[in-house]
Write a protein that binds this ligand. Structure first.
Ligand code: HEC
Ligand code: HEC
Ligand code: HEC
Ligand code: HEC
Ligand code: HEC
Ligand code: HEC
Ligand code: HEC
Ligand code: HEC
Length: 493
C-alpha cells in the first residue's frame, strides 16, 4: 500500500496542469484526489484541466460585467476560497440527497443534480427549469397519448397465428430508447458492497443510471442534467458551444436539427474553421471570435459586439428566440406557454397542442405579441452577420414551409380518420391505439418525420434533407400510399 501511495503522489505531480494549479484545494477534495488519482484517473485528469480546478469562486467573483461566469451573488461561504473540487460537488446538499452514501468519512452522492450546481450557478439552473428540456421526461411519461406512441415503438412484437401480440420492452431495453434522451427516473434501490483497490466499500445502488437525459428526475427530486451538454468533468464552454454536443439528441428523423445543420452553409463553415475560432471567450463576439453560428449562437449564447453592446442575452431557457413549435404535434403551432406540455388539452380533450384537423389549443400557447418579440430576438442574432433583406427573406420561408407541411399533414389526417370511420382501422373512438396499424404508422411518419424534415430544413437552413430524403417527396408519396391502401381495403370488405 505504501508503494501505491507513493505512486499516486508521483502520478499527481505528473498530471498535466498539476504544476499550474493556481487555486488552493480544500482538505476534503484533497482526500478524494489522494485515492481517485488511482481509482478514476480519467475523471481526475479531466477535472484538472477544467476551470473548476483552476479558479475559486472568490477569484471568479472579481470578473464583473458581461465576462462574469458566476451568476451567484453569494456563493456558499465555505466554498469561496478553494477551487471547485470533487467534494464541493459530490458532498454538497447532502441532506437532500437520498443517494448519499458513507464513503471514507464523507457523505458522498454520485448524482450531482442541477440543485448542486445552483449553489454557484443559480441563474442557469433557474432558467433551465423554464426549458422544455428540463421537463422532457414528464412531458412524455405524464402524457398517455405519447406513452401509447412509445409502447408502439418500443414494444416487442410476436406473430401469434393471424394476430400480432405486443409485449412491453424490459426496463434495460427501454433505457436505450426514449428515456435515453428525455431522461430516466434515477432512484436508490439499496446498497452494493464490493471489493476495490482500496478494500471493501459500500455504494448506493442506483436504478435508471447511467443516464444524462435532459429531463432526468434526480434522486433529490430536481429535474434535469447539466451534464447533458456540459460533459463532465471538464465542464468546458467550448464543448457546450460546439454543434456536436447537441447532435447526440437532435439528429434523428423526427428531430433532424443537426442533420440539417451539418449540410447547411453555417455548418460547413463551423466544421472547416472552428479550430481557429475562440470557443471559450465570454461574451462571444460574432465575426471576431467566430464567423458562422453554431446551435448555441442562435439558441443560447450571450453575444456582444466589440464595444460591449449586447446583441442577445444568454438563456438556459433556450426559448426566448423560438416563436413556433416546428415539432408539430401534430401540426406546427405557437410555442407552448408552459414547458410542461402534458398539461395541454386541445378542443377535443386530447393532450395535444393541435386537434387532428389542425385547430391550435390557443389558451396554452403564446400569443402573437410574444411570438413577434421572440422572432425579433432571433432576428437580431442574424443581423450581426447579415443584412435585413437576407434575414427577413429566410424567416418568411420558415413560415411558408411550415404552412405547406401542415397542409400535407392535414391531408394525411383526413385519410386516417376515414379509415377509422369506415372501420378499416381501430382508432381511439373504437378503443384502439392510433399508432399501431399499418395506415396509422404511415400517418405517424407524415407528421413525425416527413413534415418535420421539411420544417427543420427551412429553420436550420439546409434544404437538402427536406426535399427527397425527408420532407416533400415522402409526404407526397405517403398520401398516395394511404389512399391506395384505403381503396384496396374497401374493395376487399
Ligand atoms: C480511500 C480511497 C478513497 C477516498 C478517500 C475517496 N474515494 Fe471515492 N471511491 C474510491 C473507490 C476505490 C471507488 C470505486 C471505484 C469503482 O467503482 O471501481 C470510489 C467511488 C466513488 C464514486 C462513485 C460511486 C458509484 O456509485 O459509482 C464517487 C462519486 C466517489 N467515489 C466520490 C468521492 C469523493 C467526492 C471523495 C472525497 C470526498 C472520495 N470519493 C473519496 C476510493 C476513494
Ligand atoms: C462541478 C461539479 C463536479 C466536480 C467538481 C466533480 N464532479 Fe464528479 N460528477 C459530476 C456530475 C454532474 C456527474 C454526473 C453524475 C450524473 O449526473 O449522473 C459526476 C459523476 C461522477 C462519478 C460517477 C460517474 C462515473 O463516470 O463513474 C464519479 C466517480 C465522479 N463524478 C468522481 C469525481 C471526482 C473523483 C472528482 C474530483 C476529481 C469529481 N467527480 C469532481 C460533477 C462534479
Ligand atoms: C462551489 C461553486 C461551484 C459549483 C458547485 C459549480 N461551479 Fe461551475 N464554476 C464555478 C467557478 C468558480 C467557475 C470558473 C469561473 C471563472 O473561471 O471565471 C465555474 C465555471 C463553470 C463553467 C464555465 C467553464 C468554462 O470553460 O468557461 C461551466 C459550464 C460550469 N461552471 C458548470 C457547472 C455545472 C454544470 C455545475 C454542477 C454540476 C457546476 N458548474 C458547479 C463554480 C462552481
Ligand atoms: C436521440 C434522442 C431522442 C430519443 C431517443 C427520443 N426523443 Fe423524443 N425528442 C427528442 C428531442 C430532441 C425532442 C425535441 C425536438 C424539438 O423540439 O424540436 C423530442 C421531443 C419529443 C416529443 C415532444 C414532447 C413535447 O410535448 O414537448 C415527444 C412526444 C417525443 N419526443 C416522443 C418520443 C418517444 C415516444 C420516443 C421513444 C419512442 C422518443 N421521443 C425518443 C429527442 C429524442
Ligand atoms: C441528452 C439529450 C439532449 C441534448 C444533448 C440536447 N438536447 Fe435539446 N432537447 C432534448 C429533448 C428531449 C427536447 C424536447 C423536450 C420536450 O419537448 O419535452 C429538447 C428540446 C430543445 C429545445 C426546445 C426548447 C424549448 O423550450 O422550446 C431547444 C431549443 C434545444 N433542445 C436545443 C438544444 C441545444 C442548442 C443543444 C446543444 C447545446 C441541445 N438541445 C442538446 C434533448 C437534448
Ligand atoms: C442543452 C444544453 C445545455 C444544458 C442542459 C445546460 N447548459 Fe449551460 N451552457 C450551454 C451552452 C451552449 C453554453 C454557452 C453559452 C454562451 O455561449 O453564452 C452554456 C454556458 C454555461 C455556463 C457558462 C457561463 C459563462 O459565462 O462562462 C454555465 C455556468 C452553465 N452553462 C451552467 C449550466 C448549469 C448549472 C446547467 C444545469 C442547470 C446547464 N448549464 C445546463 C448549454 C447547456
Ligand atoms: C442560424 C441560426 C440557427 C442555427 C445555427 C441553428 N438553429 Fe435551430 N432554429 C433556428 C430557427 C430560426 C428556428 C425556428 C424558430 C422557431 O421555431 O420559432 C430554430 C428552431 C429550432 C428548434 C425548435 C424546434 C421546434 O420544435 O420548435 C430546435 C430544437 C433547434 N432549432 C435546435 C437546433 C440545433 C440542435 C442546432 C445545431 C445542430 C440548431 N438548432 C442550429 C435557427 C438556428
Ligand atoms: C456569426 C455570423 C452569422 C450569423 C449569426 C448568422 N449567419 Fe447566416 N451565414 C453566415 C455566413 C458567413 C454565411 C455564408 C455566406 C457565404 O458563404 O456566402 C451564411 C449563410 C447563410 C445563408 C445561406 C445558406 C446557403 O446554404 O446558401 C442563409 C439563408 C443564412 N445564412 C441565414 C441566416 C439567418 C436567418 C440567421 C439567423 C437566424 C443567420 N444566418 C445567422 C454567417 C452568419
Amino acid at each position: 500500500m505504501t508503494r501505491k501511495i507513493a505512486a499516486i503522489f508521483l502520478l499527481l505531480a505528473l498530471l498535466p496542469g498539476a504544476a499550474a494549479l493556481a487555486a488552493p484545494l480544500s482538505d476534503d477534495s484533497q482526500a478524494c484526489l489522494d485515492c481517485h488519482a488511482q481509482a478514476t484517473p480519467g475523471i481526475v485528469a479531466a477535472w484538472q484541466a477544467s476551470r473548476h480546478a483552476q479558479t475559486t469562486p472568490a477569484q471568479a467573483m472579481k470578473l464583473g460585467g458581461l465576462a462574469a461566469k458566476l451568476s451567484a451573488s453569494a456563493p456558499p461561504p465555505e466554498a469561496l476560497a478553494t477551487s471547485v473540487g470533487c467534494a464541493e460537488c459530490h458532498t454538497a446538499n447532502a441532506d437532500s440527497h437520498p443517494d448519499s452514501f458513507e464513503h471514507q468519512g464523507f457523505q458522498v452522492h454520485a448524482v450531482v443534480s442541477p440543485a448542486d450546481c445552483a449553489r454557484c450557478h443559480p441563474v442557469e439552473s433557474r432558467q433551465f427549469q423554464q426549458n422544455l428540456m428540463a421537463h422532457a421526461r414528464g412531458n412524455l411519461v405524464d402524457n398517455p397519448l405519447y406513452m401509447d406512441l412509445a409502447a408502439q415503438v418500443n414494444g416487442v412484437q410476436q406473430v401469434d397465428g393471424a394476430a400480432i401480440a405486443v409485449t412491453p420492452a424490459e426496463p434495460n431495453d427501454e433505457a436505450e430508447s426514449c428515456i435515453y434522451c428525455h431522461g430516466s427516473a434515477v432512484r436508490v434501490v439499496g446498497q452494493i458492497t464490493r471489493q476495490t483497490d482500496f478494500g471493501e466499500m459500500t455504494f448506493a445502488k442506483l436504478d435508471g443510471w447511467p443516464n444524462h437525459g435532459v429531463g432526468r428526475l434526480n434522486p433529490d427530486g430536481v429535474k434535469g442534467s447539466c451534464a447533458a451538454c456540459h460533459s463532465r468533468h471538464r465542464f468546458s464552454m467550448a464543448v457546450a458551444r460546439s454543434a456536436y454536443s447537441c447532435a447526440e439528441c437532435h439528429k434523428g428523423p423526427d428531430v433532424p436539427a443537426f442533420k440539417v445543420y451539418e449540410v447547411s452553409r453555417h455548418g460547413a463553415l463551423f466544421f472547416a474553421q472552428h479550430k481557429d475560432w475562440d470557443m471559450n471567450k465570454t461574451p462571444w463576439e460574432p465575426g471576431k471570435d467566430f464567423s458562422a453560428p453554431t446551435c448555441a449562437v442562435c439558441h443560447v449564447s450571450l453575444l456582444a459586439d466589440g464595444e460591449g453592446n449586447v446583441i442577445a442575452q444568454r438563456s438556459h431557457a433556450m426559448n426566448e428566440r423560438i416563436w413556433l413549435r416546428l415539432l408539430g404535434l401534430i401540426q406546427s403551432h405557437p410555442h407552448p406557454k408552459s414547458p410542461q406540455t402534458s398539461l395541454i388539452r386541445n378542443a377535443d380533450g386530447q393532450p395535444l397542442a393541435t386537434t387532428l384537423d389542425g385547430r391550435p389549443a390557443t389558451a396554452f400557447l403564446i400569443d402573437q405579441a410574444e411570438q413577434d418579440k421572440r422572432r425579433q430576438t432571433m432576428r437580431r442574432v442574424c443581423l450581426a452577420c447579415h443584412g435585413q433583406q437576407w434575414v427577413d427573406g429566410q424567416l418568411a420561408r420558415i413560415d411558408a414551409v411550415s404552412q405547406s407541411a401542415d397542409a400535407m399533414v392535414l391531408a394525411a389526417s383526413k385519410l386516417v380518420r376515414r379509415a377509422w370511420q369506415d372501420g378499416l382501422a381501430q382508432g381511439p373512438a373504437q378503443g384502439g391505439s392510433p399508432f399501431d396499424e399499418y395506415i396509422e404508422r404511415l400517418w405517424v411518419e407524415q407528421w413525425l418525420m416527413h413534415a418535420n424534415g421539411a420544417r427543420f430544413a427551412a429553420a436550420m437552413m439546409g434544404p437538402d434533407l427536406g426535399v427527397f430524403e425527408s420532407g416533400r417527396w415522402p409526404m407526397a408519396k405517403n398520401i398516395r400510399q394511404m389512399q391506395d391502401w384505403l381503396i384496396q381495403r374497401k374493395g376487399e370488405k
